[in-house]
Design a protein around this ligand. Structure first.
Ligand code: ADP
Length: 173
């Protein structure tokens, strides 16, 4: 079965088949990890994104990685946290599920995720971490094609949240 690794660092530097971008609905670039990915990939990424006609919250679209070490970028749009009664948890789970599904369909074996929605979109990181770890674990149980999933956390607090969520899920089994 595929393995999950939680690491701290910059996702644009990770050598995997695909990195996931926490994009916005336009797919035309933004701040945070989105800005970092576009800067590292170069202007051709934005050119390809312009042809995609945006992306709905919870869905995912794939492009090439251009100057990134990763061959592909999977762009997914996390929900903006609005207090928890606007389907935010289900939408965040869909981001992970749909990104992994798209990766599997494209023969991707190693993939790296950032902490979707917990920056500018303000999703509480402890809740987000539980949802992410649960969706990734469920997917790997049912699907043989993905070998490694990296959760790339940018700061110490985020790393801690994902490590705790990972422990919780694995202790239950
Ligand atoms: P969102 O709008 O989905 O909340 P953000 O980019 O604002 O997306 O934040 C998502 C997470 O990505 C935050 O934890 C932020 O610290 C982190 N982040 C920012 N830059 C990078 C990077 N280069 N690599 C990995 N994670 C990053």
């Amino acid at each position: 079965m595929g393995q999950v690794y939680i690491i701290q660092g910059d996702i644009t530097k990770v050598e995997v088949d695909a990195i996931v971008n926490a994009a916005n609905n336009t797919l035309l670039g933004g701040g945070g990890v989105d800005g970092a990915i576009h800067r590292a990939a170069g202007p051709e990424l934005l050119e390809e994104c312009r042809k995609l006609n945006g992306c709905e919250t919870g869905q995912a679209k794939i492009t090439k990685g251009y100057k990134l070490p990763a061959k592909y970028v999977i762009h997914t749009v996390g929900p903006i946290w609005r207090g928890g009664h606007k389907n935010e948890e289900q939408l965040l789970a869909s981001c992970y599920r749909n990104s992994l599904q798209l990766a599997a369909e494209n023969g991707i074996k190693t993939i790296a995720f950032p902490s979707i929605s917990t920056g500018a979109y303000r999703f509480p990181v402890n809740r987000a971490a539980k949802i992410a770890m649960l969706e990734i674990s469920k997917f790997l149980e049912d699907n043989d094609s993905i070998e490694k999933v990296y959760m790339v956390c940018f700061d110490e607090g985020t790393t801690q949240a994902y490590n705790e969520a990972f422990k919780e899920i694995n202790e239950k089994e």
